[in-house]
Ligand binder design. Structure first.
Ligand SMILES: [Zn+2]
Length: 302
């Protein structure tokens, strides 16, 4: 939470944070502490718009029947009087309360109840009718999609490998860069190449040692063109670009190679860090072949 606190302190210093008002401003804020991200998206109560007829199916205080607004929006201080109407109000209202009361009375004088039914329009669906699907999708408005999710979760591979790749794609692995940010002991340089700083994208994609490994794996299947270069932006980006180069009927097999390869690289890196093993391309390749063979056996039901 330290990171989150510093984020708020900085945002406050930059004047980006505004005090909350009692009124409903039509926004909902979600905080994801570990991601240090802040998303703002509309709440669902603004999705329902009511046109008043007889008033029999409309909630006076909370439905949005006053030109798209509710009483809560227009005069939030009125709610302090416990959902009672003007002649029920006892004691003194504040100046703001009185102002809101007169303003509201003025607005409400424009409305005349009729014999027609009230209409309630669900604005998140073209039909105007409420659907659970449209409400569910609205929760994701403004959300960013983690691009490789489909390849990760749809690829046939053990769950441990897929979970690792999910974390790797989000830079959640405990490599030197992440350890350093938390002032924890960390290797000065990548243990594979001893040349560059270690982060998960480097280990899985651009490290010279790793690229040799990918060359060995991919060229044995005739996919030399997919070997990552030292200028790749990230592992996920390389995977996305490479998968596009593969014929559709072979893409599944390619994705399995990538998932298993990344997992084996990570295991080898951990063996170097925690067990003092020396980086060995032969050992890495052999471990990959064993894992791949095992996986293929499982997929064939052996
Ligand atoms: Zn390296």
């Amino acid at each position: 939470m330290d990171v989150l606190n510093s984020l708020f302190t900085k945002a406050e210093g930059l004047g980006l944070l505004q005090p909350f008002t009692r009124g409903n401003n039509g926004q909902r804020i979600s905080l994801y502490a570990d991601d240090v991200a802040l998303f703002i998206r509309p709440t669902l109560d603004i999705a329902l718009q009511t046109t008043i007829g007889s008033g029999s199916t409309t909630k006076f205080w909370t439905d949005r029947w006053i030109h798209g607004n509710s009483i809560n929006d227009l005069a939030p201080t009125m709610l302090l009087v416990d959902h009672r109407w003007a002649h029920d109000i006892q004691g003194g209202l504040s100046l703001i309360g009185l102002y809101k009361l007169f303003q509201l009375t003025d607005i409400l004088s424009d409305f005349v109840l009729t014999q027609e039914d009230d209409t309630h329009i669900w604005r998140l669906d073209a039909s105007g009718q409420y659907t659970a699907k449209s409400a569910y999708l609205a929760f994701f408005n403004g959300a960013t999609t983690f691009e490789p999710w489909h390849r990760i979760w749809k690829t046939w591979a053990p769950a441990k490998c897929k979970i690792f790749l999910w974390l790797a794609g989000r830079n959640r692995c405990w490599t030197a860069d992440r350890l350093a940010r938390r002032n924890l002991p960390h290797p000065e340089r990548c243990l594979f190449c001893d040349q560059e700083a270690e982060d998960i994208q480097h280990i899985l994609t651009t490290c010279v040692f790793t690229r040799d490994f990918w060359f060995r794996v991919l060229s044995s299947f005739g996919w030399k063109l997919c070997v990552p270069s030292r200028h790749e932006f990230s592992f996920s980006d390389w995977w996305r670009k490479s998968a596009k180069k593969i014929q559709k009927d072979k893409r599944k097999g390619f994705n399995i190679l990538v998932v298993l390869g990344a997992w084996i690289i990570w295991k080898h890196r951990n063996a170097c860090v925690f067990e003092g093993a020396r980086p060995s391309l032969d050992n890495l390749f052999q471990a990959f072949k064993d894992e791949h063979h095992l996986c293929m056996s499982w997929t064939k039901g052996v």
